[in-house]
Design a protein around this ligand. Structure first.
Ligand SMILES: Cc1cc2nc3c(=O)[nH]c(=O)nc-3n(C[C@H](O)[C@H](O)[C@H](O)COP(=O)(O)O)c2cc1C
Length: 277
């Protein structure tokens, strides 16, 4: 989509901030007000920095009304709050059974989509299970698929612990899905310039937002590994395109566990560099 730039001349103070911050230099003051440079517009990556950096809200691009943006920076959390969030988030393995409201999940996903992606290619697909019957069926099919893999001796040494997962399931314990009410898989087309990073950053933002809302999450490699050995192509069953790179699964829902303090793992390996002149 070609960018459409609109400048409100009553509001524009001709400060040139939009010109300076455009990463691909597609805007110039011409001579007083910002205008697109026709020979450079094809470089636009749709980042909307021009809209975000305008101090007076005079600039609209792609039809976006600056008044619809959330005002900054007073709405940003303080470092103390961010520190508590980063240190206080936990992997939640005990969930309350009731599902989250569809609107809550949608708000979380619409926020997570703001995560940075390579070249600003917004290709993330959020595959989410909201329905409890579907969640129960996925659990059952995955565990029965694993049972089949155990019986047919198809598990590699690295995945042999799935035998214990199946016997735990037979004893009423769900070690993989942890009885969580919801599951999210983020995938992006393999053609994206940075698909693996796009997925992981988007999921990390989702996780932190969830924690701030009192919603628990669990990154889950086991689901991915289980899907790799069960007979069904579970990704196809979930409607995830074949040509997408798939991330780890993330379970989420209201936690049935409360953490009262942070864990203590603040030591960081730091390589401070000072090059000899
Ligand atoms: C990529 C990734 C995959 C994970 N997979 C699983 C998993 O399959 N099952 C599980 O119980 N925990 C899983 N975890 C959670 C880690 O075990 C957990 O992050 C770690 O023990 C530290 O605990 P904390 O997250 O509460 O700080 C995973 C974490 C990451 C980052």
């Amino acid at each position: 989509m070609e960018p459409q730039l609109f400048i409100d001349h009553d509001l524009c103070i001709q400060c040139g901030a939009c010109v300076d911050d455009c990463p691909f230099h597609i805007i110039a003051l011409n001579p007083e007000y910002p205008e697109l440079l026709p020979q450079r517009v094809h470089h636009c990556i749709h980042c909307q920095h021009c809209l975000a950096v305008c101090p007076t809200g005079a600039l609209s691009i792609f039809g976006c009304d600056p008044n619809q943006s959330m005002p900054l920076p007073r709405s940003l959390p303080e470092p103390r709050q961010m520190t508590a969030l980063i240190k206080g988030r936990r992997s939640v393995r005990h969930y309350r059974p009731e599902p989250l409201e569809t609107e809550v999940i949608e708000t979380m996903l619409r926020t997570a989509v703001n995560a940075p992606t390579g070249k600003n290619i917004r290709g993330c697909l959020f595959t989410v299970i909201e329905n409890q019957a579907t969640m129960a069926q996925l659990r059952r099919e995955t565990l029965e698929g694993l049972r089949q893999a155990v019986i047919e001796k198809r598990l590699s040494e690295g995945l042999s612990y799935f035998r214990h997962v199946v016997s735990a399931w037979d004893n009423g314990r769900d070690i993989i899905f942890r009885d969580a009410p919801h599951l999210l898989i983020v995938s992006v087309p393999a053609t994206n310039s940075t698909p693996d990073a796009d997925i992981i950053i988007t999921m990390s933002y989702f996780e932190l937002l969830a924690a701030s809302m009192g919603i628990g999450t669990l990154w889950n490699a086991m689901v991915k590994w289980a899907f790799s050995v069960i007979p069904d192509d579970m990704y196809a069953r979930l409607g995830i395109p074949d040509d997408h790179i798939k991330g780890y699964a993330m379970l989420f829902g209201r936690p049935a566990v409360t953490y009262y303090r942070t864990v203590q793992r603040d030591s960081a390996a730091i390589n401070r560099v000072r090059l000899d002149p």
